[in-house]
Design a protein around this ligand. Structure first.
Ligand code: C5P
Ligand code: MG
Length: 209
């Protein structure tokens, strides 16, 4: 049995290629729906930089090569972050919170089938998946622009090409699997930010009611 009941701990997986807009739209969803935003990539980067981490070097290498970090590490980071938020907000009166309840956007996870299966079995099954659709051409443009100031080791053309490849070969099968279960809400993420977000918001209003 999973650690949490999906009625209490609502999880939405936010997926899409690198540069599809996951982080941008999660920030707006946090503002409008009281979610806690957990970015798997951000959690991995924080662990990489944590003094004394036994995984730092490994994470750095995986990220630079655009490869998927072994799921044990990422799932442990997510599980800890969920437990911490539930503790911190145990007395919250916000919608969806309090008394062990909470709502989470898990951004950039699961990126590989084994992570999806293990997380849903052990931690909590997701309520649905938000999938942001975008062409590689536009994602490349966005990532190169972001790379001018992001300081990220993987926002360069060599790493980006590897990340696109991992996305197509390893991460898209996860989305396809959730599609067969009718759990995917797809939104076109190529228009301007406000237009895309407006469509996302409407979907969330429906799904969370
Ligand atoms: O989502 P983001 O672009 O921040 O992820 C950066 C990198 O972190 C990925 O390219 C991958 O190397 C690693 N990652 C991972 N498993 C995840 C999410 C991210 O290995 N579920
Ligand atoms: Mg991100």
């Amino acid at each position: 049995m999973s650690e949490f009941n999906p009625q209490d701990v609502v999880v939405v997986f936010v997926l899409g290629g690198p540069g599809a807009g996951k982080g941008t739209h999660c920030a707006r969803l946090v503002r409008d729906f009281d979610f806690v935003h957990l970015s798997a990539g951000d959690l991995l980067r924080a662990e990489q930089n944590r003094p004394g981490s036994q995984y730092g070097q490994m994470i750095a290498e995986y990220i630079k090569d655009g490869k998927i970090v072994p799921m044990e590490v990422t799932i442990a980071l997510l599980r800890n972050a969920i437990e911490q938020s539930l503790k911190d907000r145990a007395d919250s009166t916000a919608t969806g919170w309090g008394n062990g309840k909470g709502r989470f956007l898990i951004d950039g996870f699961p990126r590989k089938m084994d992570q999806a299966v293990k997380f849903e079995e052990d931690v909590v099954p997701a309520q649905f998946v938000l999938f942001l659709e975008c062409t590689e051409e536009l994602m490349l443009e966005r990532l190169l622009r972001r790379g001018e100031h992001s300081g990220r080791a993987d926002d360069n053309i060599e790493s980006i090409k590897k990340r696109f490849r991992t996305f197509v070969e390893t991460s898209m099968p996860v989305v396809d699997e959730f599609r067969t279960k009718n759990k995917v809400v797809s939104v076109d993420s190529m228009a301007d930010i406000d237009t895309v977000y407006d469509n996302i918001r409407k979907e969330f209003v429906q799904k969370l009611q």
